[in-house]
Every structure is written in C-alpha cells, then in structure tokens.
Design a protein around this ligand. Sequence first.
Ligand code: ZN
Length: 391
Amino acid sequence: MKKIAGFVFGMMVLISGESQAYKKIHEGAVVCDTHNDIISVTIEKGYLFDSDLSGKTHSDLNRMLQGGLDVQVFAVFCDGDQQNPFEFANREIDSLYAWIHRNPQKMMLVATPQQLQEAVKLHKLGSMLGVEGGHMIEDDITRLDSLYNRGVRYMTLTHNNNTSWATSAQNEIDTAQHLLHKGLTDFGKLVVKKMNALGMMVDLSHVGEQTFWDVIQTTTKPVLVSHSNAYALCPVFRNLKDNQIKAIAKNGGVIQLNFYPRFLDSTVAIKQDAFFKRHKAEQDSLVATGKTAYFAEDFLYKKYPGEISDMQAPFHFLLDHLDYIVKLAGVDYVGLGGDFDGIPFTPLELNDVTKYPLITKALLERGYSKKDIIKIMGGNFIRVFTANTAN
Ligand SMILES: [Zn+2]
C-alpha cells in the first residue's frame, strides 16, 4: 500500500514537473514579438505605458516583462489621412524614447543584433521600432535615413492605404478603386533597395499581392511579414497565400503571426458583421456627431463586452496557422507578431501580453521540440534581423 502511495506520489511529481517544463523553456527562449500598437493607444488616450493599464489595454511595461517578452517591436503608426505623417511618426518615436528614458532599468532601445543580446542579458525589454506604412516617408527617400538613424528597423511598405509607389492588399482587391499603378513603381523599387542597403527590414504585412511579388524580385535581403496569417485557413485579403508563404521561405524571411480572431477564424467576420448590423443605429449616430468610424467601433466593442466574447476565436486557431505554415514551408519561417492593442479583441485565453507563456505551453503540447520552440518564439526573427544588418 505504502509502495503504491509512493508510486502515485512520484507520478504526481513527474506530471507536475512536466506541466511546468514549458515555463523553463519560455524563460530560456528569447521571446520576440514584432508588432504591438500600444504607442498609438497611449498617445490617443493619454495613457502612460509605464503605469498599470490592466483592464484598459492589452499591454503595459510590467505586463510585457511578466509575459516573458524579451524583445518587442513597437509599431509607429498613423493612418493615411494624417496631415503630417512623417512628423507624427517622429512624435511616436519620441514616446518610446521617453519611456526608455524613464525606465532605464527595465527597457533599452535595440537597433542591432548585439544590442538585442545585451538586452536579453540585462533582463531589459529590448525595444525596437517598426514604421507601419510607407506613407510616413512622404515620398522622400532621405526620410528613410532619418527614421533609420532614430532606430527604426522595419517599415511596412503600405498600411491599408496605397502609397504613390506601392499598392496595398486592401486597395488591390477593391475593384471600385482606380489604381494608377499596381505593385511597386520604380521609386518603390528604390525604396526597397535603400532599405536593404540601410539594414531596415522590408515588412510585407498589408501589401497587395503584386507589391509582394515585386518586392520578392527586388530585395537582396530576407523579408519580414510582421503580423499576418495563412489565407488557406482564413481567406481575408491581408493573409498570405500558399505560394507567398513558400516564396518567403525561399527568400529566407519570416512570417510573424497576428492574433486577431478575424484573421484566424473565418467565422469571426460573419459574427462581427452581425454585431455591427445590430448596433447600426447607434454607430451611425456617433458618426453623425463627427466621431470617426474607428471611435464608433471602439465605443461599441467597449459597450457590449458580452457580445465580444462570442467573436473571440479559441486559442487553438493560432496554433493551427502555425502548424500549417510549418508543414508547408518549415519551422524556420514562422514567429509571433500579435498586434496587441491594434486589434479590438483577442482569441480566448490570450487576453493580454502576460499570456505569451501559454503559446510555449501549447507548442510543447503539440509536440514541438525545445529547439523548434526557441526558433518560433524569437530565433527566426533574430535570424532575419541579423541577415538584414549584414552587408
Ligand atoms: Zn497592421
């Protein structure tokens, strides 16, 4: 009897030891996320990133550290209607600088792979900058130098809007749009070459298919897709088709997965459309008072939290996209670009930036080796970052 009890106790220790193994792997991995919109949210709402924003946002400094994040690329974003996008971009960069200045023990700017390793060693949040939308250079190529000198290490060539030199995924599929060109213009190709020369990663999230293929033909460095998913599993305009995924693998690039349920689970769009149909009168009245469409949507999401939970796809969808890309292209070409604070709601369980360890746990449960988990959680991104800084 005693022996059996000992055996049972031993088994329990073994099981709980195994169930905790993911924490060790997570701590040991260099966890990198390549897309987070908290800078825009803090500017818009007047929040302090280094205060406790639980319940208000997906991210703040202490919660990022709690989630075991080693490196976060902060998105510098303004929409295409902004009057002075380059100026606005610099204002956002100033915000990150201010946060780092106020928290030298917890954060440091990362602009080189060496600095990235230093941040890991010092247990500081390695803080990188990525500009989300080529409109922020205002058609002036010298502004790439300026952004690079301030630490920007990727630029998403387009957001949902076109630039004069690259077409976006949104606009390429919009048949009502009269496109003056499709894909990259000659100036667009110069932008890509300049970014290659500087060591600024070319980010292909949000770009149209023609732009995508033009970049693949033009770039001499591995590309980044900072926050997108697989079209085969969720056919939305800004996800990647199989031939694009294979081309990224061939180029040595990486696809960092977006957590937005609408881009993971194709049933979410239907539920979301029904939600806005139900609240159309309220939405219209907000817009009629001069509020932006974004404000009205945000307002409705906050007002009806019970209805949001129906739209939160189960967490396994994220892993399904990951498995799909791994099977199609290999384990070296996928990572995480959650889009926290740029998305109105998250998958179930992945409520905020403290939840990254759950991804490591789920990968372990799906049979990924420690070596592969380290690649997915950040190693693949670091490889692409390093390759871009080489001459
Ligand atoms: Zn985006």
